[in-house]
Design a protein around this ligand. Structure first.
Ligand code: 5GP
Ligand code: ZN
Length: 135
């Protein structure tokens, strides 16, 4: 299924241009149009799903497997110092395109990316309380 208004569905259908790297039965990998670093690419399922909560487990597995393949390709060809694999779920979590995607972002010494939170010791009672909510 596709969403008529979705830019990634249009890219998958070939109705919008993209620098596609690889396609398989379930997934497509293409370059991000506003790369965070050199080699930043996206991996999407062919079938439209809004986010991590809605994607089928089969498509999720296929998408992460392609992301791993792309990460290995990036590592081999671009020789980054590291790689971030990132997904945002919901606009509060920075999602801007509502077709599930995984970012594969090569990292280089001195690149401008920064950890988006400040690591600090947590409150153990609060951690235990939320853990109880999640069990
Ligand atoms: P999000 O913010 O939802 O996690 O990521 C969406 C990503 O899609 C952004 O990194 C953005 O640069 C990329 N993007 C948005 N529109 C297009 C487009 O038309 N083509 C490509 N290749 N990437 C896009
Ligand atoms: Zn879509």
């Amino acid at each position: 299924m596709r969403d008529r208004d979705c830019i990634f569905c249009k890219i998958i259908a070939g109705e919008l241009p993209s620098q596609t790297i690889e396609e398989d039965e379930r997934t497509v990998a293409f370059m991000d149009i506003s790369p965070a670093t050199r080699g930043h690419l996206l991996v999407v399922p062919r079938e439209h799903a809004r986010n991590l909560l809605e994607i089928s487990t089969d498509d999720l597995q296929a998408t992460i497997a392609t992301a791993q393949r792309m990460a290995r390709r990036v590592d081999e060809r671009l020789k980054p110092a590291g790689i971030n694999v990132l997904n945002s779920c919901g606009s509060a979590a920075w999602q801007t395109v509502f077709h599930f995607h995984v970012h594969v972002i090569p990292r280089y010494e001195g690149d401008p990316l920064r950890l988006p939170w400040t690591p600090a010791e947590g409150d153990m009672d609060e951690i235990a309380a939320v853990a109880r909510e999640l069990r």
